[in-house]
Design a protein around this ligand. Sequence first.
Ligand code: TXA
Ligand code: MG
Length: 350
Amino acid sequence: MEERKQTLLLGSDAEGIAQAARLLRESELVGIPTETVYGLAADALNGTAAARIFAAKGRPQDNPLIVHIASLSEWEPLVRELPAQAVRLAEAYWPGPLTMILPRSGRVPEAVSAGLPTVAVRMPSHPVARAIIEAADRPLAAPSANRSGSPSPTTAAHVLADMEGRIAAVVDGGPCSVGVESTVVDLTPTLQGGPVRLLRPGGITVPQLEAAAGTVVIDPAVTDRLAEGAVASSPGMKYKHYAPQAQVIIVRGDPEHYAAYVNRRAQEEPDRHVAALCFEEDRPRLQVPCVMYGRRDDPSSQARGLFDAMRRLDADGIDVAYAACPGQGGVGLAVYNRLLRAAAFTIVDA
Ligand code: TXA
Ligand code: MG
């Protein structure tokens, strides 16, 4: 990957969108806002452009990319078959934070699918993402725009922090409204009459999926560590993910016990920078620095705040962060899933 001098920061006005589209048509990489997290976009039908994404992110070659489209007419050429459940899910939740895995057509470059026989497709709802796909006049391959292994970016500043000098431009569309990555579902089992399989929880919840597509099987890797030697249904699930430099430990328990536990640990570890990765309501009880990620009973606020909070832990030089455990209902399952990986599955009971 050649080093660049400067990454352009583009506005989300007509001029910024036109310039982003021009760069993408020239096989360049551009950071784009979506409703979930910022994406690192390249021309999805150009294998050489897509391959540059892996170099810029430091992404393992076997981890496939999501292809982003702006209209349903772009979907069919990418896949070999469109099962009924896929069409129903698209009708219900596209555009939006839902990614569907289907058998891929010959038009999808090997690099995009990392050699798998399937392709992941999503139609984002963010107006700027849609405008850029339309102006580029092609589907865009885009993983989250972070360096591989670090927390996903939810602002243009996060993208620059990770990618400055490594990509041509980033379009600033403000903070992401969902804040965690899209729900990923595998539709290939439905071609043999099987159920939809949830590989990664996200902005579209399990009850929402079930309302449109019937029974949903949750892949064990959503809430459990992948067994030694097991094959990941989604290659991304086997890598340490979303992790700040700080050690993260999830603390289960009610607010009183959580705060008492964290305050005690801070006294027992005077030579480490201890912080609480907590909810807003927890702050009054805590005697340590607090980095907050939303309100206790509001999983949507937790999703919006989580990745920024992880980045703040590192900016503040925290060694160990004791995280208040989120609930697992609704979008909370996505918050829990990301936090588990950041904590390398370390959970204690207060
Ligand atoms: O919200 C999102 O999905 C964001 C925005 C930018 O759209 N994108 C995103 O991409 O999170 P990425 O690359 O960070 O995560 C994609 C996940 C990875 O875990 C990858 O392994 C999985 O989807 N994936 C992609 N294609 C797949 C396939 N064909 N089969 C199984 N898993 C796949
Ligand atoms: Mg990612």
